[in-house]
Design a protein around this ligand. Sequence first.
Ligand code: LLP
Length: 416
Amino acid sequence: MNHFNYKNGLLHCEDIPLPAIAEAVGTPFYVYSSATLSRHFKAVDEAFSDIKHITCFAVKSCSNIAILNLFSSLGGGADIVSGGELFRALRAGVEPQKIVYSGVGKTVEELRYALNSRILMFNVESVQELQALQETAAALGCTAPVALRINPNVDPKTHAYISTGLARNKFGIPVAEAAKIYVEARGMPNIEIVGVSCHIGSQLTSVAPFIESLHKVIDFIKELAALRINIRYLDMGGGLGIKYEEENPPAPGEYAAAVKKVLREVNGCTLIIEPGRVIVGNAGALVTKVLYTKEGIKKFIIVDAGMNDLARPSLYDAYHEILPVIESQETAEADIVGPICESGDFLARGRLAPVAVRHDLLAVMSAGAYGFTMSSNYNSRPRVAEVMVRQTEFNVIRKRETFADLIRGEAVPEFT
Ligand code: LLP
């Protein structure tokens, strides 16, 4: 459930009609409902309230500090994948002891920054990364809390680009090799083994792959226990899907119940989850204005948001529902495209789309996750504004970029 609804024929976010925001900040813009954000965070977090757990929101899905701050105020932590995300999380007030750091390519500078910030845990993805972490921690005179990320070789049955738990993916360490590396880690003076982690993919629409991988992780934790290596944190990553179109993903409660049933086998571990999309996906929309329409063998609706603002349709052929801001039942087949100079620049293709004319506003729904965070300046387009709504109020949480922002840091060389 979300808080985008028609009232008196106008699409609202909570109690704000979207045209009011368009008037104040221009278009395109991302708009987030704080009620939906809180509701979804709590739905996931409270589903695990009867066990020791930390909900580490996946910053990559939606990284505005206003949003990170909201989840932190609800008790959440953060799952980060770069120094930049660590900076955001800390600035937003996330407690370092609730931050976990994933990713296959952490630089030494990033390792140092995270060690100095005293984060909860590094999810290490290779032997060389482990060695780099040992060296960096030794140089700083501290100890690095570590979980190895296990690759369980489980098929998450999702888009190939966002599958991460198969042996052929670049992520994690194969289960068969992991015990040996834990033993190696135990011998490293500046490494403290604290956990095991795993993340098999994103936009999963059934519980089964999660459970299959959880069984493998738990069997592995038992193998470690036999080696007298004890694990405090079991991090099972994120990945729970949402409904964009016809999908019917499990509700957080169903997912949590299945996970908790299996978890009973390992007492004393704190569960870490890294949800992103399930919390923010349906809490945000991208609002865009129709610039022109044209009709030849096909009908095109040309809008002011392009693939640089929302990459998902172009990149994954992803479906996003597109609603007219002024309620109407009239539809006709069209491609809804952006101003970018590529035929791959579309928000929807061959869609029964609202019959829209110049200056109409359209809302691209379910754009809260991997929307703004994947946007770019391609075609020298300033990144759009982000707005948060709370009941009858709205606030700009990121200003629209200016042309000056586009060339910030650039210089014409002064060669001698
Ligand atoms: N933890 C790790 C280690 C991850 O790599 C990811 C997502 C998550 C958690 C959060 O997954 P979520 O709960 O949001 O599914 N850009 C793509 C999605 C990429 C996901 C990458 N990793 C998209 O737009 O669909």
